[in-house]
Ligand binder design. Structure first.
Ligand SMILES: C[N+](C)(C)CCCC[C@H](N)C(=O)O
Ligand SMILES: O=C(O)CCC(=O)C(=O)O
Ligand SMILES: [Fe+2]
Length: 410
């Protein structure tokens, strides 16, 4: 059953995942589990307990089992915090007796303590289960996929008052890494109000809510009229900002369209076409830097990490750092790997630059865009005239938390 799970990390719905992990709470299902496990399905090995759950062997380390006991003395279910002192568990602990009763694994430990675990909880939290499932369902997109999805923008007034509208917005933000709210008054305050529905502002050297124009008030190309190739922002932070919000309050002139590209779509193409190059970009650490020295601003930020970041247990992508402007001197790669790194980087760049992957939008007053800065790149066309953009960065933890509280998988 688990083997049938999607190994390629293509988007699957939460529902599918839960079903595959045997969460159906029908009496027949529970009976089958009990039957299966009481017969041959529970095995005690030297180093782990093996639970045969719906045809798949799940292995649990004994210290892990004691550490994850959910009894009142081991776990505070009011605060969802561990009570057990992990530092006091005998590292060679083994249960004295084991049983499966009413869909629960029951273990009695040498000191007489009894631990009970729902089998479905164990299945969901087993390494085998995590390895074959995904953390966040996503739809990787190119222009065609994005357009066909026909995603509705949220509307300012309902967005502020209606949780259903917010949930819908978050669902598509999580799936696509980009989402819009329309009809927002063209002010910094209204923009701030919209962002506060979603997450907390992340203050940076650029301020909390920022509003900028092409006046070179900061030492960065963003503050000019020049075109900007696709990139992620704040790649020079140890933890790049999770979300970027833009609202164009005013533009009198030509050009200035915004470019959006799904970095994960491009990276997944790279993974398919050249797994070695994907692997290289996800293991080799490089640096990004922001150095600013003016009368008003002194900054020297540095962030180090791979271009592609994947969870080690399931290889799922979760973060891309891609900013050719801010990439610093490469001095972390041995000479015999540098050439291969450039080849891999070129291949990713080729994928990112395919015109069919580009979504161009003209941001106009009233339209607020939320961009997953760990996934979707942004850029802009050169422009003329006066162009005023406001926005902010938001913390990633808090948008994910908002989404999870709505029952969304993230
Ligand atoms: C968005 N705002 C104009 C405030 C800052 C722009 C920062 C630009 C920087 N090169 C980076 O990519 O992080
Ligand atoms: O001017 C724009 O549209 C975006 C500039 C940019 O990349 C940024 O501010 O992060
Ligand atoms: Fe940017």
């Amino acid at each position: 059953m688990l083997g049938a799970l999607n190994r390629n990390l293509r988007p699957v719905l939460r529902q599918t995942r839960l079903r595959l992990f045997g969460l159906r709470k029908t009496p027949t299902c529970a009976a089958q589990i009990r039957c299966a496990t009481t017969s041959a399905a529970l095995r005690l090995q030297d180093d782990c307990l093996v639970l045969n759950y719906e045809g798949t062997p799940l292995r649990f380390n004994y210290v892990w089992l004691r550490d994850h006991c959910r009894s009142a003395s081991s776990f505070n279910s009011a605060t969802n915090q561990r009570n057990v002192d992990t530092g006091s568990i005998d590292l060679s602990i083994r249960p004295q007796s084991t049983a499966v009763e009413d869909g629960q694994l029951v273990l009695t430990w040498p000191d007489g303590h009894v631990s009970k675990y729902d089998l479905s909880w164990l299945a969901r939290n087993s390494y085998e289960g995590q390895k074959r499932s995904i953390v966040q369902p996503r739809v990787f997109w190119n222009l065609d996929i994005y357009e066909k999805a026909n995603i509705e923008s949220a509307k300012w007034d309902t967005f502020l008052t209606c949780d259903h509208e917010l949930k819908k917005f978050l669902r598509s933000y999580l799936l696509y890494g980009v989402a819009f709210v329309d009809g927002v008054p063209a002010t910094v305050e209204a923009t701030k109000e919209v962002t506060q529905r979603v997450s907390l502002m992340r203050e940076t050297t650029y301020g909390g809510m920022w509003s900028f124009t092409s006046d070179l008030s900061r030492g960065d190309t963003a503050y000019t009229q020049l075109a900007l190739d696709r990139h992620t922002d704040t790649s020079y932070f140890q933890e790049p900002c999770g979300i970027q919000v833009f609202h164009c309050l005013k533009h009198e002139g030509t050009g200035g369209r915004t470019l959006l590209v799904d970095g994960f779509y491009a990276a997944e193409k790279l993974r398919q076409r050249s797994p070695e190059n994907f692997e290289l970009l996800s293991t080799v650490h490089i640096g990004h830097e922001y150095i600013e020295s003016s009368d008003r601003h002194q900054n020297h930020m540095r962030g180090v990490g791979p271009v592609l970041n994947v969870y080690p247990w399931n290889n799922e992508l979760y973060l891309i750092r891609y900013n050719n402007y801010d990439r610093s001197v490469i001095n972390t790669i041995p000479h015999d790997v540098v050439q291969r790194w450039y080849v891999a980087h070129r291949q990713l760049t080729t994928e990112l630059r395919r015109p069919e992957n580009e979504l161009w939008v003209k941001l106009t007053p009233g339209k607020v865009v939320f961009i997953d800065n760990w996934r979707v790149m942004h850029g802009r066309e050169a422009f003329t005239g006066t162009r005023q953009l406001c926005g902010c960065y938001l913390t990633r933890d808090d948008v994910l938390s908002t989404a999870r509280c709505f029952g969304l998988q993230a």
